[in-house]
Design a protein around this ligand. Structure first.
Ligand SMILES: Cc1cc2nc3c(=O)[nH]c(=O)nc-3n(C[C@H](O)[C@H](O)[C@H](O)COP(=O)(O)OP(=O)(O)OC[C@H]3O[C@@H](n4cnc5c(N)ncnc54)[C@H](O)[C@@H]3O)c2cc1C
Length: 434
């Protein structure tokens, strides 16, 4: 006889783990199945785990602001000890350069005001008081190193920025996921690793459970796709992708890990940075290092890949990103041995996540996290648990979308914002910025 659970969650990344925790808090008996050996070993483990509040939509900002409150009081959220210790949130603040591309952050700051999220304008003097090593000349439009004019500054006045004091990064995203696993297990949730889901089974017109590569069958009236960059494959397995207006696919990314130049205490003086003038974001990393990610500028070709077959080694993109960042820190060395991570985003058509049901009753999805949902995982976990409860009770979320109240900030979000059936959201940045 097949094993039986109330809900099977495909994936044990940060969002899969948070979904398990919130379902367990509602008294559900859950099982997370993951093809990898431990929680948070997929794209979560590669995450820069930046916590910030600015997005290009009101709902994006509201969710991120809510998420900030969970990370700030991480132990309260978990309400359990983890024998490995707890992940740490470094509240460095976030510095976003004002550029043409982000319309000098005017729309974003309007959302900040609506949501009571603090922000400050920083002129060049204020930026250089904190980071004297930062070159604030203009380099836009973003170029590739071989392009004419790369690294040659233009424009007269130095850049200014908006500083968001509530933001920073989590030092160890994998440990954070393990923390959530332990919190869920304390409530009876189960996790199974090194097991791949190969079939989503139906009983009549409802989902019935999953079959694993080992042949084992596990039954549940609820199955949740939280498979990260494999989300599209899992949806095709379930036969639900065709009816979705917004779909997902895997995008290859490189993040560079480089030492700060000697004499610069980047680890303590710097903060999270987002810089559309050079097409990079960055953050301090332990050992006075810098993590440098890409903001997906138009001049870079996007590498859509099969999540089971892609190039795991660094390419020339690694050097491109470091050279772009070196425009801000001219003394930045370029190590001969690239370090960092190569991993995948699970990108939706408008870079906004899909937290939704499907046309197959009992089958749900928390996907399309587009390189920007680590910070929202605890919020997404609560949304998914409430959505599942709402739909399993017979409500039609497509016709009458669930309105979700954010616990810390008290704001309400219409969850059709994250629907698989939405029109492409034209307000999106169509990049990792969401
Ligand atoms: C390089 C990089 C940098 C990022 N930086 C940030 C950041 O700074 N801030 C931020 O907020 N977000 C960031 N993100 C995004 C964030 O990390 C993700 O949105 C988040 O981790 C997704 O979590 P998840 O649980 O949905 O997916 P994942 O962590 O990918 O977990 C999915 C799991 O599903 C499992 N799985 C897949 N298919 C199957 C199957 N058939 N059977 C069993 N198991 C299966 C996989 O093994 C995997 O463990 C970044 C992402 C990357 C890749």
């Amino acid at each position: 006889m097949a094993e039986q659970y109330d809900a099977i969650i495909i994936g044990a990344g940060i969002i899969g783990a948070c979904t398990a925790l919130e379902l367990a808090r509602k008294g559900q008996r859950t099982l997370n199945v993951d093809r990898l050996p431990a929680a948070g070993y997929g794209s979560t483990g590669a995450s820069c785990a930046i916590i910030r509040t600015y997005y290009s939509t009101y709902e994006g900002c509201a969710m991120a602001w809510e998420g900030y409150h969970y990370w700030k009081d991480w132990s309260d959220y978990l309400a359990t000890e983890d024998e490995r210790g707890t992940a740490h949130f470094y509240n460095t603040g976030c510095l976003i350069m004002k550029t043409d591309k982000n319309r000098y952050l005017e729309p974003v700051c309007r959302y900040m005001d609506e949501l009571d999220i603090p922000w400050e304008t920083w002129g060049p003097e204020q930026i250089n008081a904190r980071m004297p090593f930062y070159d604030l000349r203009h380099f836009a439009p973003v170029k590739r190193p071989d392009d004419d004019g790369f690294g040659i500054p233009a424009g007269a006045a130095p850049l200014s920025a908006v500083f968001f004091p509530c933001g920073g990064y989590i030092n160890d995203p994998q440990l954070a996921t393990h923390n959530v696993q332990r919190a869920a297990e304390a409530l009876g949730a189960e996790f199974r690793f090194n097991q791949t889901v190969t079939e989503i089974r139906r009983d009549g017109d409802r989902v019935a459970g999953v079959t694993l590569a080992s042949g084992a069958r596990i039954d549940a009236p609820v199955v949740v796709n939280v498979a990260g960059p494999h989300s599209g494959k899992v949806n095709r397995m379930a036969g639900v992708e065709d009816e979705m207006r917004v779909k997902t696919r895997a995008l290859r990314q490189e993040v560079c890990h480089v030492p700060a130049p000697p004499g610069f205490d980047y680890e303590h003086d710097a903060m999270v940075t987002s810089d559309s003038d050079i097409g990079c974001y960055g953050r301090p990393e332990t050992g006075n290092h810098i993590l440098i990610g890409s903001e997906d500028p138009e001049c870079d070709e996007r590498e859509w890949v099969d999540p089971d077959h892609y190039q795991h080694e660094f390419s020339e993109q690694w050097q491109t990103q470091v050279m772009r960042y070196a425009q801000r820190i001219p003394k930045l060395g370029i190590p001969s041995h690239p370090k960092g991570v190569v991993d995948l985003y699970d990108v939706s058509d408008d870079w906004i996540p899909i937290y939704d049901k499907s046309d197959l009753p009992g089958y749900y999805m928390a996907i399309g996290t587009s390189g920007n949902q680590f910070k929202n995982a605890p919020v997404a976990g609560e949304m998914m648990a409430e959505l599942i409860e709402y739909c399993q009770a017979g409500h039609d979320h497509d016709a009458e979308p669930l309105r979700f109240t954010l616990r810390h900030t008290g704001r309400e979000i219409d969850l059709s914002f994250c629907s698989r059936l939405r029109e492409i959201n034209a307000a999106s940045s169509f990049s990792v910025l969401g």
